[in-house]
Ligand binder design. Sequence first.
Ligand SMILES: Cc1cc2nc3c(=O)[nH]c(=O)nc-3n(C[C@H](O)[C@H](O)[C@H](O)COP(=O)(O)O)c2cc1C
Length: 343
Amino acid sequence: MILGAATALLRAFPAETAHRATIALTKNFAPLLPRAAADDPRLAVEAFGLRFPNPIGLAAGFDKNAEVPAAMARFGFGFVECGTVTPRPQIGNPRPRLFRLAEDRAVINRMGFNNEGMEAAAARLAARRRNGILGINIGANKDSADRIADYRLAFARLAPLADYVTVNVSSPNTPGLRGLQNKDELTALLSAVLDERAKLSRRMPVLLKIAPDLDLAALDDIAAATGAIDGIIVSNTTIARPATLRSANAKEQGGLSGAPLFKPSTRILREMRARTQLPLVGVGGIAGGADAYEKIKAGATLVQLYSALAYEGPGLVTRIKRELLACLARDGHASVADAVGKP
Ligand SMILES: Cc1cc2nc3c(=O)[nH]c(=O)nc-3n(C[C@H](O)[C@H](O)[C@H](O)COP(=O)(O)O)c2cc1C
């Protein structure tokens, strides 16, 4: 109730101001709120050697600087992905760069990897009490002369502090970054990251996060290049603008997320499922249990969300889990794991 009122109030502010306030409020007040109830065992899933209490994760971009992972876990997320973190701090694109499309239940952002850099994130992660599964999402600085070296640096610094690492090559807001999804670049990038992984004492799951704006030949190439990693996150935001968008902000440049991304990202997820045995994380437009269930049926072992939180507030996580359990029961599935990839 209080959280719902706070979410509604924050919508009166410009989107980025509201986001900063949300992080500050979460940092200070979430530890005072009751922790979400323990998860129903039917929600538990295993993927890349980790056991998740439930499959609903917080997507990257909400907590870019690893300020509130434990607080977000208290809202009931099964895992939290911080970042994108780059080796050096960077301020990102000029404001305004974050836009609500309320009529479309969507968001457009062109933040441009604004973040405090890997040392700041590492200091926070090193100081945290381990509590819940934490992924760290890494990227390259905009002005980097050697992007692959940036991923190496960020991986080496941050992987020891996380449960898994996501290699993000799919932000549309760093010029040229999505080119790293091309076969040769991707092969070189992943082999550099796997080189770094081999130096760690613990086996570290590595995930790749891809764009929804890829054709089928590009998906073939990605499937071929990802043999030695642990999973693929499908997807980041889209540069497409569906004709159905009604909001005044629909023409803003950047990546579109939220409800209009649900169908295209689920289509790419299904296509990826047909091309790889790796565990998949379904992201894009999830705003309810039925959406999460559809991603799971399309082949996702785990899901993530971000945009719907801005409209629904953190009570959304508990609702999704309740609705997902109802979907499983309706279709006679004993667990989430039982429903993965069963259309
Ligand atoms: C404001 C904003 C910032 C984001 N920043 C990142 C980021 O830094 N790294 C990343 O991998 N994805 C980022 N994303 C993409 C989300 O993680 C997610 O893939 C996308 O928004 C689709 O999910 P949704 O429809 O539930 O929001 C961002 C999304 C938004 C809305």
